[in-house]
Every structure is written in C-alpha cells, then in structure tokens.
Design a binder for this molecule. Structure first.
Ligand SMILES: Cc1ncc(COP(=O)(O)O)c(C=O)c1O
Length: 307
C-alpha cells in the first residue's frame, strides 16, 4: 500500500506525523521558499521519473540565497532524500514533491535574520493540474515585481499574488490567469510560464519581466532548439497574444498546456497548433523516461517490491 512520507528536522517520518507549531515564523510571515517537482510514473518501467530533480534543488538553494536563508542540507543530500521519499512512499501514479526551506523558529518579529531555519520535503499524488487545453483571461492583478518580492525566488508569500489571480480566473469561468507586470507587459500565468508562436518562432517574456525562471520552460526551449525552432525572449503586449498563431503554458504542475482562448478571443483556430503539438509530444515522452536523448533529465525512483 502506498503511504506518504515526509522529511522534517533531518528525519524521514510518516506524513501524518510531520507537524509544525502555530508560532512557526514561516506560517506567520510567509518566510519560506519552495519547489515543486514532478515524479512521472512509467507503468512499463515500474519507475517514477523525477523531472530535473537537481535543477529544482539548485533553484531552491538560489531562492533561499535571495532571502538570505541558510539551507541545512546540500543539494546532493536533498536529491537523495527526494528519491528515498518517492521509493518508500511507493505510489504507482504521478506524484508531486514539495521541498521547502523555511524559517522554523517559533518567534514573533518580521525579519529574515536571527531566526532558525529548517528544510523539509513532502510528497503527494498529483493528478492533472490544468485541463488538456486551457481557456485563459488577463488578470486584473499585476505580477509582483523584483522591487517588492523578487518573483525569481519561489517564495511562499508570493503565492498570495498567484492565488488572487487564479481565483479570479476560476470564479469568472476561466482555467488560468495571465498576469501582466507593472509595465503592462505579459509576465506569466499564476503558476506557469507563457510562450506564443509567431511566424514559426517561440516568443516568451524575459527574466526581467518578473517571471519565475521556469525549469520546464528552459527544457522546452532546449527541445525546440533541437527541433530547429528558435526562441526569442522579449517583451510581449497583451494584444499580441490575441493575434499569436499559437500560445501555450509550461510549468511543473501544468506540464505543457496549449492555450486555446484568451479574453474570449480564439487563439489560432482554437486547437493546439502544429508547433505546440510537436513540442508537447516530445515533452511527454521525455518526462516519463521514454526518450534516451533526454534521459539525464529524469532521475529514476524505483518501486520497491515488498512481499
Ligand atoms: C509563478 C510560476 N511561474 C512559472 C512556473 C513554472 O516553473 P517550473 O517550470 O520551474 O515549474 C511556476 C511553477 O513552478 C510558477 O509557480
């Protein structure tokens, strides 16, 4: 039987025993940084493939650095623990790992210094996050910017910004929000990077447009390049998305999701376009360890057969 385990205070314990106190600094002030990592189940191999595990743990450490937080464990150790958790938990479906570095001290006072830190990892089964194709709207909420809380760091507190946008989108009948930055340019989805296709090229906002520098996005750019498709990073206007040939979103939760409608305008012919479809096919093969060329992106965690 699958059973979720968590890593907390340096120990692997059953998830239901992994608890933190009400005075925990991170709970009170949003002073934590985190990651989301997909474990993609391959039934034929009886293996879960952790997608770009190391890159996620490295980004976790970078996020912590931006917040001036110490990370107790090395990237190597965090990767080892992640594999151990997936193997012990023994799910035979896709899972989502949540590593976090957080201010664990039970003290009052808004600051980042002189508060104890810990890091934790837990995991949970995680089905599809967005529908197969997404209908989006432009959010009335602007993306937080580097001068406020840097979106390049995956800070838990920032996700209030994402949650406002996501809830507004869902309550208005859309699948996902597209957020503009304070300059009025397209930034990203509430939990995804965004790409458009115009004249056969991929175009995506720059890191300076207040995006999280996505690991899925970087992987898709690599796949596109290997297929001979160029990617340009530049500012994008909202109205440019309306006339794009194709639009799609990328993210650990969303994988690669075609966007077929924005602000009630049909994108292209309302179906996933040819470039999106080619990339998507290749991407889904890669993440379940089916494509040898990209095997280095997938860390295997093998199902332990217990009798
Ligand atoms: C705000 C935001 N942008 C983009 C992404 C996509 O990043 P990645 O592909 O590294 O998961 C995420 C998800 O982690 C996110 O939360």
């Amino acid at each position: 039987m699958p059973q979720s385990y968590a890593y907390l205070r340096g120990e692997i314990i059953p998830l239901e025993e992994a608890k933190i106190g009400v005075m925990t600094h991170a709970f009170n002030y949003g002073t934590a940084v985190f990651e989301g990592i997909r474990g993609n189940w391959n039934d034929e191999h009886q293996t879960t493939y952790l997608f770009r595990l190391r890159e996620h743990m490295e980004r976790l450490v970078q996020s912590a650095k931006i917040l001036n937080m110490e990370v107790r464990d090395s990237v190597d150790r965090l990767c080892e623990v992640a594999i151990e958790l997936v193997e012990r938990s023994a799910f035979t479906e896709d899972v989502y790992l949540r590593p976090m570095v957080y201010l664990s001290g039970e003290v009052l006072g808004v600051r980042l210094h002189n508060v104890e830190t810990d890091n934790l990892i837990f995991l949970s089964p995680f089905p599809a996050y967005l529908p197969e194709v997404a209908r989006c709207h432009t959010s009335t909420w602007r993306r937080v910017q580097d001068t406020g809380i840097p979106p390049r760091a995956k800070v838990t507190g920032i996700y209030v910004n994402s949650a406002l946008a996501k809830t507004e989108a869902n309550l208005n009948g859309f699948d996902e929000a597209i957020m503009l930055n304070e300059n009025g340019h397209v930034s990203e989805g509430s939990g995804e990077n965004i790409f458009m296709v115009r004249k056969g090229k991929l175009i995506t906002p720059t890191p300076a447009d207040n995006v999280l520098e996505g690991i899925t996005a970087a992987s898709v750019v690599q796949l596109a390049s290997d297929l001979g498709i160029e990617t340009v990073e530049r500012e994008i206007d909202r109205s440019e998305l309306y006339i794009a040939d194709e639009v799609f979103m990328t993210g650990t939760a969303a994988h690669l999701t075609p966007v077929v409608e924005i602000d009630r305008r049909t994108v292209g012919n309302g179906k996933p376009g040819p470039i999106t479809s080619r990339l998507s096919e290749l991407f889904y093969d890669c993440i379940v360890g089916k494509n040898e060329k990209y095997a280095a992106w997938c860390t295997p965690a093998r199902l332990r057969v217990t009798s």
